[in-house]
Write a protein that binds this ligand. Sequence first.
Ligand SMILES: C[S@@+](CC[C@H](N)C(=O)[O-])C[C@H]1O[C@@H](n2cnc3c(N)ncnc32)[C@H](O)[C@@H]1O
Length: 321
Amino acid sequence: MKTKAPHSHGWLVGIVGLAAGISLMVLFPKLKAVAGVVLLVALFHLVGIAVVLGSLASFAPRRLGRFMENPRGRTSDEKGYDFGWSQVAMNGHWLAAVTLWTVAFGLQLQWPGLWPAWFAMALIGVNCFIGGLLLRTSKRTDFASLPLVDLLRSDKDLVLDAGCGGGRTTLALSKVLGGGRIVAVDRFDAYYIDGGGRALLERNLRIAGLTERVQIEQGDLTALPFPEAHFDSAVSAHVIDHLKQHKRTGLAEIFRVLKPGGRFLMVVWVPGLATFSLANVFCFLLTSKAGWRKLAREVGFEIRDEGTFNGMWFAVLERPR
Ligand SMILES: C[S@@+](CC[C@H](N)C(=O)[O-])C[C@H]1O[C@@H](n2cnc3c(N)ncnc32)[C@H](O)[C@@H]1O
C-alpha cells in the first residue's frame, strides 16, 4: 500500500500560500491584513519543513535518506527502465527555484529598495532551475549516459562497472560492447536509490535482455572482491567522487584489478558551471580536475583522454603495460 510521506503537505501549503498571499496583496491592497495572515501561515509551514529536514540531516541522516527516497515519485521511462530516482531528486531543484522566485517577488513588492537581495535570490532561482533541467536530462535513458571514448581493447572485453547503482551505466556500456561481458559491482545501500538499487538493476537488465551478459556482485570499491589484473577495462560514473577520504583507495583498487594496458573511464563531478547549478556554492568543495589528475597519477595511471560530458568531467586512465 502506498503511504503518504509525513509533512509532505508542508511544501505545498508553503508555496501555494506564498503565491496566494502575494497575489492578494497586489490585487486587493485593502485586504492587506488577510494577505499578511496567509503569508505568515505559508512561511510558518516552509520554516517548519526546513527545521524538520535540518534536524533530520543533523541527527538522523539515514532517516532523512529514507524520507527523500519516498518511492511514490519514482519515474520509469517509456521502456519501463527505472533507476530509482525519487520525486525529490527529480524535482527538488525546481521546487527550490519556485520558492526562491516567489520570495524574491514578494521582497521586490514590499521592499523595492532591497534590490540586491531579491535580485540575487531570483538569480539563484534561475540557477536552481537550470540544475533541475540538467538532472532531468541526465536521468533519462534516451540520452547517452557515458561519453564516447577509446576505452575497450576488443568487443569481447570483460568490463567492470564500478558503482553500477540501478544500472544506468551498465545499460549504456552494453550498447557498445559487442559480445563482451560486464561485472556490475555496488554496495547496494545508497539511500537515494530506491531499495539500494539491486532489485532495480535486476529488473532493468531483464528488460534490456542483458541478464546473461551481466554478472552482479555486491562489494565495496575500496576493497574489490576480484584478483589482480582481472578486467580488460572499467567504467565508473558518479561514484569515485562519493568516496570522500577513500578516493585514492578506490582508484588504486580499480588500478589493481585492471590488466596492464587496460583502460578506465571515470566520470566525476568537479567544480564548474554545471555543478554550480546542481550544488550551488557547495560545488567548490568538490575535488578539482587538477586534484583528480594528481590522484590518478599517484596510483600509477596514465591519463589518455579527458573532457566534459553532460556538464561532468571524464578521464580515460590507463594502467601502463
Ligand atoms: C550516483 S550513483 C551512480 C550509479 C550509476 N553509476 C549511474 O551513473 O547511474 C552512485 C553509486 O555508487 C555506489 N557506491 C558509493 N560508494 C560505494 C562504495 N564504496 N562501494 C561500492 N559502491 C559504492 C552507490 O551505492 C550508488 O549506487
